[in-house]
Design a protein around this ligand. Structure first.
Ligand code: TMP
Length: 253
């Protein structure tokens, strides 16, 4: 296959030029990193799972009128997306205390929050993606007040959709991160959900057992990451139960 022009390579994905102007091809790698890439590994099948899961979540969001970058899946590891100008902020929505919130405020992991909390982190690897306030965002021009209101609204809509979807398959959506991009229709600018939504960017806990079904399995060495993601995909009916390890040939006796 003719190789396309690489536009950007991140820790878990590569972006290639798309077939039409305004589009990109998003390729999901098997690489897993944590703690700003201090910890890294290759998890066979992770890219395939996240491609399918991100497709499933983004297409579902589109179905309820939440705009996303997703156009269509191309193959096991690639999807066609709309090119956007990424706002340099990670939008985190939390329903239950965990991770950095628990650490920062001394809250026991698993404590229910009084309401969903939306946080912003400045996307800068060299700084370790620091937590920032709306004051910083406006003062430094990373986004305007209207953008901020729209980002909070998008985060909360994604939270409602994802929480309900997960609850239906016995999983608690503890928190998640989304990235948001700008697109222009002529002079008119709007914000859409971009990047990915997958177990790499969510905390997902089995409601009955408390088992972690997200990237904390890798961050905290809790077991097989592909098994955890396959379980999420299986419960959602996204893919057959044996597709987690697709690259391995299977011997048929
Ligand atoms: P945190 O508790 O470490 O701040 O993470 C909050 C949520 O954001 C959690 O669901 C994991 C996700 N996340 C990312 O997707 N990328 C990141 O780089 C970090 C730090 C968190």
């Amino acid at each position: 296959m003719a190789r396309r022009k690489k536009v950007y390579e991140g820790k878990a994905k590569i972006l290639y030029e798309g077939p039409e102007p305004g589009t990109l091809v998003q390729y999901f790698k098997d690489d897993a990193t944590a703690f700003n890439a201090e910890k890294r590994d290759v998890i066979e099948g992770k890219g395939v799972l996240n491609n399918r899961l991100s497709e499933f979540f983004m297409a579902g969001l589109g179905g309820i009128g939440v705009p996303t970058h997703f156009i269509r899946r191309i193959n096991m590891r690639e999807q066609l997306i709309r090119a956007v100008e990424i706002i340099p902020l990670e939008v985190v929505v939390r329903n239950v205390a965990a991770g950095s919130l628990s650490k920062r405020l001394g809250l026991e992991e698993g404590t229910s929050l009084p309401r969903p909390i939306v946080e912003f982190y400045f996307k800068d690897d060299a700084l370790g993606d620091p937590l920032v306030t709306e004051e910083h965002i406006i003062a430094f021009g990373w986004a305007g007040q209207q953008d901020l209101d729209d980002m909070v609204a998008l985060g909360l809509r994604v939270n409602d959709f994802m929480s309900g979807l997960m609850l239906g398959v016995g999983i608690k959506l503890v928190d998640f991160k989304i990235e948001i991009g700008r697109i222009w229709d002529g002079d008119y600018m709007r914000l859409i959900v971009a990047d990915e939504i997958s177990p790499d960017s969510c905390r997902l806990w089995d409601i009955e057992s408390g088992r972690k079904l997200d990237k904390d399995v890798f961050r905290r060495d809790l077991g097989d990451l592909a098994d955890a993601y396959t379980e999420v995909a299986r419960r959602l009916g996204v893919m057959p139960s044996n597709v987690g390890h697709v690259t391995k040939p299977t011997l048929i006796n």
